[in-house]
Design a protein around this ligand. Structure first.
Ligand SMILES: Cc1cc2nc3c(=O)[nH]c(=O)nc-3n(C[C@H](O)[C@H](O)[C@H](O)COP(=O)(O)OP(=O)(O)OC[C@H]3O[C@@H](n4cnc5c(N)ncnc54)[C@H](O)[C@@H]3O)c2cc1C
Length: 373
């Protein structure tokens, strides 16, 4: 007989749900992971793969710390997944750069990084603004139009698809139950007692985690939560494999383990339209060629668009229901970067039954000025 009662149900099998489900199952909670399937919007299958720190958390030091914490957790998570599943995530953390193609961009970037460092306070933020010959030593093949770059030691990249596969394999390997093609339709909520209907089955658990990406906007109110997320489109281009080695990723260009270059990615307000546009693709390619002129010799072999999961202020939303204790939600636009904290820090909080007080700034109550006051 199909099991119908669990310690926790996670709705959404993308990077966020899979990392949390993996963390919960590893903590010993019998966990069910429900995923809608290929017809859903799935950011986790179309992203760029950066494990990125240096552009995160301006004006939100709690997010800066959370992101950096995740970059620190990543090597542990990658090693553990490799050991448990045999799947390598391709993690490399050689540091990373943001390239500036004009003096104006360089000046603005310098101010941005200085402010980020001030806001980091005692936590600190190591970075350098690098110019000229030094920049060209660090990244051979830089184009003459590159004026300089910001560098931090924390940045890196990984394969998002291998990560997703490793999390799923690690989850089921630890005894978790994964149910694909199972869109949650009906549900009922009471404190520490939830039931959801998916694929003709009804499941119950004292904990439920909403990690359905853009689907959270509809699901959250049913569990006494808010997840006002909207789509933001990003387009990505991929070149053929090349033997030229890019020693570290930049904000918009990274080399996969297999040798392809990924070029990206745009930030567009296009609703739920998953189309691609030649103008945006041209801009992405032009900037890549100005950054590294040798890229012009490579053929493009693939291109796609995907939808980010964006909160109104661009920061993650982590929340717990006051009305229905035991219900949680997790939403973010950096699910690769944050996989480390989702599996190793957030999942243990959910397993313990409550988010730590330090997570309060991530609550969706920040959008509701009266209740936040
Ligand atoms: C172009 C682009 C580039 C990006 N680059 C990076 C990057 O370099 N680094 C980084 O860290 N992040 C990046 N991201 C962001 C990252 O991809 C997302 O943060 C992450 O994928 C979000 O994961 P998720 O699990 O919340 O959402 P999704 O991947 O969208 O998964 C949600 C899942 O929920 C399921 N679902 C929805 N509704 C229901 C329902 N009712 N019942 C059951 N299941 C449901 C869907 O089937 C889906 O699988 C990028 C995103 C885009 C679009």
């Amino acid at each position: 007989m199909t099991r119908q009662s669990f310690d926790a149900i996670v709705i959404g099998g993308g990077l966020v749900g899979a990392a949390i489900a993996y963390g919960l199952q590893r903590q010993g909670l019998a966990t069910l992971l429900l995923d809608e399937g290929d017809i859903a919007f799935r950011a986790s299958r179309g992203n760029f793969g950066l494990v990125w720190v240096q552009s995160k958390g301006l004006g939100a030091p709690h997010y800066q710390r959370w992101t950096r914490g995740s970059a620190q957790e990543w090597p542990k998570l990658a090693a553990e997944l490799k050991e448990r599943t045999g799947i390598g995530t391709g993690l490399q953390q050689p540091g990373g750069v943001h390239l500036c193609l004009s003096e104006e961009e360089f000046g603005k970037r310098g101010e941005y990084m200085a402010r980020l460092q001030r806001e980091a306070g005692n936590f600190g933020l190591e970075y350098r603004m690098v110019r000229g010959a030094e920049a060209r030593d660090m990244l051979p093949g830089l184009g003459p139009q590159v004026v300089g770059m910001s560098w931090t030691p924390y940045d890196g990249h990984a394969s998002p698809l291998y990560l997703l596969r490793a999390l799923h394999t690690g989850f089921t390997g630890a005894g978790g139950t994964y149910q694909p093609n199972a869109r949650v339709e009906g549900s009922s909520a009471a404190p520490n007692d939830f039931s959801v209907e998916a694929a003709g089955q009804r499941y119950r658990a004292p904990r439920v985690v909403l990690a359905a990406g853009l689907g959270n906007a509809d699901l959250a109110p049913r569990f006494g939560l808010e997840a006002p997320v909207r789509p933001e489109r990003g387009q990505i281009l991929v070149t053929e494999r090349t033997q030229t080695v890019l020693p570290m990723p930049t904000t918009t260009i990274r080399q996969t383990e297999e040798g392809s270059l990924m070029l990206g990615d745009s930030k567009e307000d296009a609703g739920f339209n998953l189309g691609q546009s030649p103008e945006v693709m041209r801009k992405i390619a032009q900037r890549a060629v100005l950054s590294f002129p040798w890229i012009a010799n490579l053929n493009l072999v693939r291109a796609w668009s995907a939808l980010r999961v964006m909160a109104p202020d661009g920061l993650p939303i982590y929340d717990q229901s006051e009305r229905f204790p035991g219900a949680f939600t997790a939403n973010c636009h950096s699910g690769v970067t944050l996989a480390g904290t989702h599996a190793n820090r957030l999942a243990p909080m959910i397993a313990a039954g409550a988010l730590e007080p330090g997570m309060a700034p991530f609550s969706a109550r920040r959008f509701n000025v009266r209740s936040a006051a």
